[in-house]
Design a protein around this ligand. Structure first.
Ligand SMILES: [Zn+2]
Length: 309
């Protein structure tokens, strides 16, 4: 039996899932809207109001879904409006509503970190609403992973020195209890730690970088991918049919990471937008230099401005 909500990853059949949109939830409308999980999220974030991406109040079912290019498309979301449009098409990410244990964990991590690290490694599952802050966290994660991927390609090609990783991409926190957190260039936590003894031995930032990419892609994009056998009538002996295995997932976030995994395993190149105020990774079409028309125009304006000085 196939699960009720599903995103096909390689089949042309109809997917089945709820689309979502942004809705602000606060003291005034929370009881009226009755959105499952909103209270748990607000409690864990210590807030009384927040913008959420939610399937309610208007339930809308969508069927057409194409996972190809999803990782890059997701990483390019910049504004609330972008997120709203994306959720209108693809639905919720599928980060479970936190239970009591996770509410406690989020509260604790929030008190320790100054950034969005409290959203790291939350369980994937059924959800009805997700804080917009959580969406921005996952979008940034994808941007960082694509950037990491692009850097690793360039190092392997010889266009970039290996030291670039240590200089501009990853760093280590001071050791706490014998292990160091591996941090992104902006100081946020990658979610991974390295033991001091391991670090004392021969290690390289290149290995750390490769490990992070592999770990992230595997832990989200390669777990809980379901397989559904489909029979295809061929009329040929001995059976007259063959069996094709179709992959699907119930959660959008896995579909996004599955696409990243496909991108990596097909060695597809990723480029960095040449707009200096953007610099986001994107998939190039022909000789495209910018991730979007908006960036092309912005870069043009910036060039013009600097010439006028
Ligand atoms: Zn751009």
């Amino acid at each position: 039996m196939i699960e009720k909500f599903h995103y096909w990853l390689d089949a042309e059949e109809d997917s089945f899932y709820l689309t979502a949109s942004i809705q602000e939830i606060n003291e005034n409308n929370i009881n009226e809207l009755k959105i499952e999980g909103a209270n748990a999220w607000l409690e864990s974030l210590g807030k009384t109001s927040e913008k959420f991406v939610t399937t309610l109040p208007y339930k809308h079912i969508r069927r057409t879904f194409n996972p190809k290019g999803l990782a890059c498309e997701f990483s390019k979301l910049k504004t609330e409006n972008d997120i709203n449009n994306f959720a209108n098409i693809y639905g919720l990410l599928g980060i479970s509503t936190p239970d009591q244990a996770h509410i406690g964990k989020i509260k604790f991590t929030k008190s320790v970190f100054s950034d969005s690290s409290h959203f790291i490694d939350l369980p994937i599952g059924q959800s009805y609403c997700e804080p917009i802050e959580l969406w921005f966290f996952h979008i940034k994660e994808m941007q960082k992973l694509l950037k990491l991927y692009q850097v690793l390609i360039n190092i392997h090609k010889g266009d970039l020195q290996e030291s670039f990783i240590e200089d501009s991409l990853l760093s280590l926190s001071k050791p706490i209890g014998g292990s160091c957190q591996i941090l992104w260039w902006d100081g946020s936590w990658t979610g991974l730690t390295a033991h001091e003894d391991e670090l004392a031995k021969e290690y390289s930032f290149l290995k750390l970088a490769q490990g992070i990419l592999a770990h992230k892609v595997n832990s989200i994009g390669n777990q809980d991918i379901k397989r559904f056998p489909e029979t295809i009538i061929t009329g040929k002996p001995p059976l007259g049919f063959t069996i094709k295995e179709c992959k699907y997932t119930s959660y959008l976030i896995r579909a996004i990471y599955y696409d990243l995994w496909q991108l990596i395993s097909n060695n597809e190149p990723v480029h960095i937008c040449e707009n200096q105020s953007c610099k986001l990774p994107f998939k190039k079409v022909k000789r495209q230099k910018y991730c979007s028309n908006a960036c092309k125009q912005e870069a043009y304006r910036l060039r013009k401005k600097s010439k006028m000085k």
